[in-house]
Design a protein around this ligand. Sequence first.
Ligand code: CO
Length: 211
Amino acid sequence: MAETIKDLLQGNVDWVNKTLAKNPNFFEKLSEGQSPQFLWIGCSDSRVPATEITNAMPGSIFVQRNIANMVVHTDSNLLSVVYYAVKVLKVRHIIVCGHYGCGGVQAAMSNEKFGFLDNWLMHIKDVYNIHRNELDQISDEQKKLDRYVELNVFEQVNNLAKVSFIQESWEEGEFPYIHGWVYSLKDGLIKDLDVSMNSNSSLDSVYKYQD
Ligand code: CO
């Protein structure tokens, strides 16, 4: 485990040497440009690195991470990343990947104050409110948190589908597909929630754009 800045810089040199030993043209090739097929929206949690857990090479995944993998429609940082990925890179898939044991979701489920963070957690609390009927019925706290994590991913997939320029892409073709996944810290495996979308058909009519 890296503990110091020196560890990170030494780790970088070690990684370059290891990479070049396997593929001498690695950096030459990658420096020519990127054409990733995937956009990853994940949690900032240090234990859920997109390329590592999918065994994907640099150049494969365009990445945006924040606390609890949220899609907030006033977040110009996230929306700029999504816009660039969809309109310019033309990624075929957007993956919202949450993870069980997410501290952000756990914090949102509690009634504790977390200072400035409360404003961010509010968006996660709103997800609880949407799914209150289901979540309130789960008495086991661990199971409730697990299901809350899943439902949060589902709502973020929906939030992406509500974005006008994504609906615009769907009018032109089938891409991008939006997927909802949850990663397990306990065994390293990803669960596909089977909530993929590539049309606005399941959205409430108020969210459907027309030309
Ligand atoms: Co998390």
